[in-house]
Design a protein around this ligand. Sequence first.
Ligand SMILES: Nc1ccn([C@@H]2O[C@H](COP(=O)(O)OP(=O)(O)OP(=O)(O)O)[C@@H](O)[C@H]2O)c(=O)n1
Ligand SMILES: C[C@](O)(CO)[C@H](O)COP(=O)(O)O
Length: 245
Amino acid sequence: MSDVTSRTAAVIPAAGRGVRLGPGAPKALRALSGTPMLVHAVRALAASRAVSLVVVVAPPDGAAEVKTLLADHALPERTDFLVVPGGATRQESVKLGLDALPPGVDIVLVHDAARPLVPVDTVDGVIEAVRDGARAVVPALPLADTVKEVEPGAPGEPEPVVATPERARLRAVQTPQGFDRATLVRAHEADVVGEGATDDAGLVERLGEPVVLVPGHEEAFKVTRPLDLVLAEAVLARRRANDGF
Ligand SMILES: Nc1ccn([C@@H]2O[C@H](COP(=O)(O)OP(=O)(O)OP(=O)(O)O)[C@@H](O)[C@H]2O)c(=O)n1
Ligand SMILES: C[C@](O)(CO)[C@H](O)COP(=O)(O)O
């Protein structure tokens, strides 16, 4: 890595309900192999020696519970932790996390609590690309499925296809997304009309700033629907088996 003096913080939005996962506790607090998903995600980011601060954005009424949760689980001592309450949307939650960053942080990663199994090499790859001068870096993978653009219709009704984008030019994007702090703050503040974006890099693109992709990882998938829990448990079981050798 070219610039080892920069201080890197990770903001972990964890304030979502997890509606698509079905009824239960807020998604980030649900267990994977007996440990809350959020704790897996925090450990995954703190596993990077470059990350010195992790800001967890908790469910709006759950900050005290999340503080207790982090205190009750082993986390690296070299990393500082902050917990702040989140907002009504992912974007609002990320903004609240950014607002809590202290001076001196110049690289920011934004990582979904819902991607608990991201490997540390993916985290380090994103940080390295920012340290090498990119202002916005996104881990991504090629798509397995063909994608159709549609005219969205009523639920359950057939939807007319508008276009079939060339799959070779499409990527599925993951987190952590890494940013030069000033660029990310500017991107969030520029969204004054509240147009919103489904990822942070999307806000940076609207500034006209370049965004680059680096290789993502299959294990950085987002736990969204019930079947994703099955996959996450299988990945953890495989890791435990490999650790046994
Ligand atoms: N108001 C919100 C909504 C989402 N998130 C976080 O953003 C990440 C990605 O969102 P997603 O997977 O869509 O989570 P949910 O919004 O919880 O899922 P759903 O849409 O199924 O309710 C998650 O870590 C989630 O906790 C957040 O911090 N604040
Ligand atoms: C940020 C993200 O994980 C990138 O793929 C994704 O856009 C989050 O979307 P969601 O609607 O919050 O699931």
